[in-house]
Design a binder for this molecule. Structure first.
Ligand code: NAG
Ligand code: NAG
Ligand code: NAG
Length: 518
């Protein structure tokens, strides 16, 4: 008999930075476990885009949940954070909380279609905390999947939960503070707070949204993290303590280059050209610079960075997005945004590539010519660097990225912070110094040597965690198995309870009819 596949429902928030790790997890599960089927839920435009990016041999089902952005004070056809200015991100977040009834109906319909059989589990986004209540109502195992690292998200979670206390401390002219329930993270500084937190006063939209979203997490049955046990223990312990549920590090799960280029932005640098260019460079001679798909620095910072690149004399690939204040879809104006003649000098000397919007990041990070990565330290980028043993120069932009940089520098020792945020003062002399610290392998500088040694160690930790051999399963492989076993066990328990209840009712009916009541 062919056993019926158990269905897994996955629902990421509508942003590339969230959809990509979910898709990576979905493909990872599909490849490893043939006995599960996957239903991937999102709003129509995102599903449409995903349809073109799924590998042809994938059996993942894409399912639309009805959503009209114009009903929520958003421009028409705005279903993804990447197409919205920062000020409207919170509007999309708030709009997503209205999807509750539609999501419940969608899962109920799946159950009806499979003759009453429930999905094995719902895996949902950190921003869709309300899905835990829906799962409870329907008797389905629920897990949150975090595409963020555990340490960074722990700081983020703790800060939103203690916002009023933090405010008081910062207002007291004491710019440094310790998180009351995450002291392991030691001191944070006010400049490490993302804009949404700096502006929060308890009644603003972000505070209200997170005030509803985060408490919902305790209703979940588990949290999955795209991270590795050995190096992210502090954050993992935090969530175990706060939520009282199992927390499983199953990472890193990453999209292959092929899938990534398909969900990536059109245009930009082709993988073939990129490889050819990198092939022509010496081993560990290239600095890769990218601030992710949602962020951009400001014009004066851009100038300073360009001056630093010129002064350092190093090879580089720089993914340039229009600076703050310019439409992200506008024409490129290198002459206005960069020092005079910079673009021409870069091209003539073949020393660098200025790439518009998108580059094949995995191709670059896995290439032997790449030496270091100047990054906003979004967790996807961090994992892609660490898996290839590439040290980081950290320049956080938003969200938990500031805490990722802190973690990478203070705990893992694989990163140097270059700058903080979109308004901080940047001096090109400082940037050059830090680039040299990380890239100059001939220098005796202790810190640089230590960073390169540590990043090699972390690469090995990742290899160990993801090893899946007959006689050895790494921690991330085990965690994934444990998660499925917990979901299966809960489903079986629920089924036993249902059968028992039916039997009891049957019994009642029989005895009632014997007594002549029925
Ligand atoms: C689909 O093809 C890719 C590349 O050949 C392979 O790695 C993957 O395992 C296949 N996926 C499935 C579900 O068969
Ligand atoms: C841009 O960054 C510079 C520091 O490099 C800062 O002085 C300036 O205030 C920033 N401008 C804006 C508009 O944020
Ligand atoms: C990886 O596993 C091997 C074999 O168990 C072990 O010797 C090594 O120390 C591990 N590496 C790291 C960095 O933990």
């Amino acid at each position: 008999m062919v056993e019926k596949k158990q269905n897994i429902v996955m629902f990421p928030f509508m942003a590339q930075g969230h959809i990509i790790p979910f898709l990576a997890l979905a493909l990872h599960i599909e490849q490893r476990n043939k006995n599960y089927s996957i239903t991937f839920v999102n709003t129509p435009l995102n599903i449409n885009k995903l349809r073109q990016s799924l590998p042809p041999n994938s059996s993942i089902t894409l399912l639309e949940i009805a959503f009209d952005s114009s009903d929520h004070g958003l421009p028409p056809n705005s279903e993804n954070c990447d197409t919205l200015p920062y000020s409207l991100v919170i509007t999309l977040l708030r709009a997503s909380t209205s999807l509750g009834p539609a999501f419940k109906e969608l899962v109920s319909e799946l159950i009806r279609k499979s003759h009453g059989e429930r999905p094995l589990c719902i895996i949902a986004d950190i921003f869709l905390g309300w899905t835990a209540s829906v799962a409870r109502e329907l008797g389905v195992f629920h897990a949150i999947f975090s595409g963020c690292g555990a340490y960074g998200l722990a700081c983020y979670y703790s800060l939103w939960s203690h916002l009023s206390q933090k405010k008081k401390k910062v207002d007291d002219d004491d710019d440094e503070f310790v998180l009351p329930d995450f002291e392991e993270a030691s001191k944070l500084h006010a400049t490490q707070l993302p804009l949404s937190m700096l502006e929060a006063d308890g009644s603003d939209s972000w505070s209200v949204f997170q005030g509803q979203n985060l408490p919902e997490w305790v209703k979940s049955n588990a949290v999955l993290f795209n991270t590795v046990q050995v190096f992210d223990q502090l954050g993992l312990m935090y969530f175990k303590r706060k939520l009282g549920c199992p927390v499983w590090p199953v990472g890193p799960v990453l999209l292959s280059l092929e899938s990534r280029s398909k969900v990536g932005k059109e245009g930009g640098l082709s993988p073939e050209f990129c490889k050819e260019w990198l092939d022509s460079k010496l081993v560990k001679s290239v600095l890769y610079i990218s601030f992710g798909s949602m962020n951009t620095i400001n014009k004066s910072q851009m100038m300073q960075l360009a001056m630093a690149l010129e002064a350092s004399g190093r090879n580089f690939i720089w993914v340039v997005r229009p600076p703050i204040g310019f439409d992200i879809n506008s024409e490129f104006r290198f002459h206005e945004w960069l020092p005079i003649g910079f673009a021409e000098r870069v091209t003539d000397s073949k020393r660098g590539l200025l790439v518009q919007k998108w580059a094949p990041q995995l191709e670059i990070l896995s290439h032997k010519s790449t030496s270091a990565f100047l990054s906003h330290c979004g967790w996807n980028s961090v994992l892609e660097a660490l898996i290839h043993g590439v040290p980081l120069l950290g320049w956080a932009m938003a969200g938990e990225q500031f805490f990722n940089v802190k973690f990478l520098e203070e705990e893992l020792g694989v990163c140097v912070e270059v700058a903080r945020g979109k308004t901080c003062d940047v001096r090109h002399e400082d940037v050059v110094e830090k680039i040299e610290l990380v890239m100059d392998e001939t220098s005796d500088q202790k810190k640089g040597k230590e960073i390169r040694r540590r990043v090699f160690q972390v690469k090995e930790m990742i290899e160990n965690a993801t090893k899946d051999e007959e006689n050895y399963k790494g921690s991330s492989v085990k965690a994934m198995d444990d998660f499925f076993n917990a979901a299966i066990s809960m489903k079986e328990k629920k089924m036993m309870m249902m059968i028992k209840r039916e039997e009891e009712e049957e019994e009642k009916k029989t005895s009632n009819s014997i007594n002549g009541i029925s």
